[in-house]
Design a protein around this ligand. Sequence first.
Ligand SMILES: *[C@@H]1O[C@H](CO)[C@@H](O)[C@H](O)[C@H]1NC(C)=O
Ligand SMILES: *[C@@H]1O[C@H](CO)[C@@H](O)[C@H](O)[C@H]1NC(C)=O
Ligand SMILES: *[C@@H]1O[C@H](CO)[C@@H](O)[C@H](O)[C@H]1NC(C)=O
Ligand SMILES: *[C@@H]1O[C@H](CO)[C@@H](O)[C@H](O)[C@H]1NC(C)=O
Ligand SMILES: *[C@@H]1O[C@H](CO)[C@@H](O)[C@H](O)[C@H]1NC(C)=O
Ligand SMILES: *[C@@H]1O[C@H](CO)[C@@H](O)[C@H](O)[C@H]1NC(C)=O
Ligand SMILES: *[C@@H]1O[C@H](CO)[C@@H](O)[C@H](O)[C@H]1NC(C)=O
Ligand SMILES: *[C@@H]1O[C@H](CO)[C@@H](O)[C@H](O)[C@H]1NC(C)=O
Ligand SMILES: *[C@@H]1O[C@H](CO)[C@@H](O)[C@H](O)[C@H]1NC(C)=O
Length: 479
Amino acid sequence: MFPNVFSEGSVSSRVVLPLYVLLSVSRAALATNPFVQYAIDFPDPNYVAADNYAPNLAGAEATIIAWAEEMASHGPWSVTNKPVVAPSGDKHDYMSWAPYEWADCSNVKNTTALSLSDESKECNFVFRDGQVNPERSIIQDFQSFFNLSDAVLYNSIAAVLQNKSSSVYSQNVAKFVNTWFLDADTAMNPNLNYAQMNRGPGSGQNGSYTGILDLRGFAKIASGILILRNSKNTDWTSDLDNQLIAWCNKYMDWLLTSPSGTQASHATNNHGTIFVSQFAALKLITKDTAGAVNWTQNYFSGLFQHQVNSTGDQPEEASRTHPYHYRNFDIAGMITNARILKYADPTSKPWNTTASGATIQTTVDFLMTVNPATTGEQDVTAEIYPNIAAVASVYGDPDGKYVKFLNATGFPYADDATFLWDQPLAGGTLATTNSTSTGGSGGGSGGGKSGGRSTGVGAVERICFIAAVLMALGFELLL
Ligand SMILES: *[C@@H]1O[C@H](CO)[C@@H](O)[C@H](O)[C@H]1NC(C)=O
Ligand SMILES: *[C@@H]1O[C@H](CO)[C@@H](O)[C@H](O)[C@H]1NC(C)=O
Ligand SMILES: *[C@@H]1O[C@H](CO)[C@@H](O)[C@H](O)[C@H]1NC(C)=O
Ligand SMILES: *[C@@H]1O[C@H](CO)[C@@H](O)[C@H](O)[C@H]1NC(C)=O
Ligand SMILES: *[C@@H]1O[C@H](CO)[C@@H](O)[C@H](O)[C@H]1NC(C)=O
Ligand SMILES: *[C@@H]1O[C@H](CO)[C@@H](O)[C@H](O)[C@H]1NC(C)=O
Ligand SMILES: *[C@@H]1O[C@H](CO)[C@@H](O)[C@H](O)[C@H]1NC(C)=O
Ligand SMILES: *[C@@H]1O[C@H](CO)[C@@H](O)[C@H](O)[C@H]1NC(C)=O
Ligand SMILES: *[C@@H]1O[C@H](CO)[C@@H](O)[C@H](O)[C@H]1NC(C)=O
């Protein structure tokens, strides 16, 4: 798995600083949750496009608009912007470097004038598990695609919230998709030949199968594009639609025929789960609904059976160095696969599919009993929140344990973007943020949902609390 958000480097400089900037720039922004980059999801495009939301979702809607605008402020993105070109010499090739590979240049005689490009070709590279080489962030293609994915999703939902067939939000989506995928000057070639590439001489100039995860954001992009299609948005033209479909068809061919793509498709852990999420999402973009059903159905009858045991634990993830994180990451992929399957075939029953008697719900219930501190992962506690919310929305919460858990975190969940589609989730009983702080965590208490939310001391404390959550999600993660 892979860096989620604000990934590499010092957390304090990359995350906290922007939040204080936010504080000084706009008090109005305090009414919404600061941006969180979730790993993967697929909000049901029919549900979103129908625009028939419960009345307690004003906070979530405001957050979505804010996140749509924040993401749009960074775009458009293009692989042609990076300061380093892939070994192919083609600036249209996507590239990212394997995060834990460090140069050992003792084999190079004169290192005085070694450029980054020389270093990448000539030095040997050694693997230091879990230690991210800061050089990785020189190439922002992976972070650009994460942001593009969130920009497409949140701007598509924001477009629906405008009740208009054309708006600045859907124009953003059209512009960002065109720049990344389609415009001849800036388009990405439909391959990942250089994703999570190893460096050094010999075979060191190729991408690796782990790099397929770099484009997991396709699940979000598919949701966004289908939202625009299903809501008959006029900024998403048939010309753009057809061109994107053509691009995705070429990229799927690459995924099925390249060494990296085929290896990722055969992975038995989270890489395999999320390969299916990405591939089925591409099938939906290309209007091959039966293909999306085939891949996700096969996931539940195949890989899922291998991944989950009767306890609801996931042995392949439990054995990793960051097991709390990896279990959550894989569960997010399972949830995405279930959502895609349910969308593509409403008669399907992915949520009821069992492996040794366990369902997706069992995996979350099990993980709720695990203390992340026992593996030194208290920093990634927040990764379970969206998984709990998704499970509560699907299976219900008759004894209130999911809402109780989310409430107890202090995280203002009812103002989270995901709360819009993780419905019903015991709606109004989740704490919102229009109240003053109860101290400690800075979380809100009490309260009705709409309007009148505090921008006072409680909100400032909330920002600090959420800064901690963002740091948690930005924690650098192993492959
Ligand atoms: C190493 O390369 C630099 C820059 O080209 C040059 O100035 C220096 O003389 C070289 N040193 C040796 C020992 O060759
Ligand atoms: C991605 O978004 C985050 C959060 O707004 C921002 O800090 C970062 O600079 C963005 N990166 C790119 C490449 O857009
Ligand atoms: C869109 O319609 C809904 C439902 O009628 C309404 O509550 C909302 O205020 C409208 N939004 C805009 C931006 O006009
Ligand atoms: C990179 O991978 C491709 C595809 O497998 C292969 O043809 C090529 O020889 C590899 N290049 C190197 C330098 O290993
Ligand atoms: C169905 O999905 C499997 C992977 O689960 C794939 O190997 C197979 O080719 C797909 N079938 C069709 C008709 O696309
Ligand atoms: C389930 O997997 C976990 C992690 O590998 C293991 O500790 C546990 O014993 C397994 N439970 C069963 C019933 O196999
Ligand atoms: C599981 O199946 C039962 C019986 O068909 C059904 O009532 C229930 O709604 C299903 N649960 C989910 C989460 O789909
Ligand atoms: C929260 O907002 C609602 C609706 O405006 C209001 O009725 C309620 O009093 C507020 N709660 C607090 C604690 O400010
Ligand atoms: C969640 O917290 C709010 C505010 O403290 C409270 O009104 C609500 O009853 C709580 N819900 C549950 C299920 O604990």
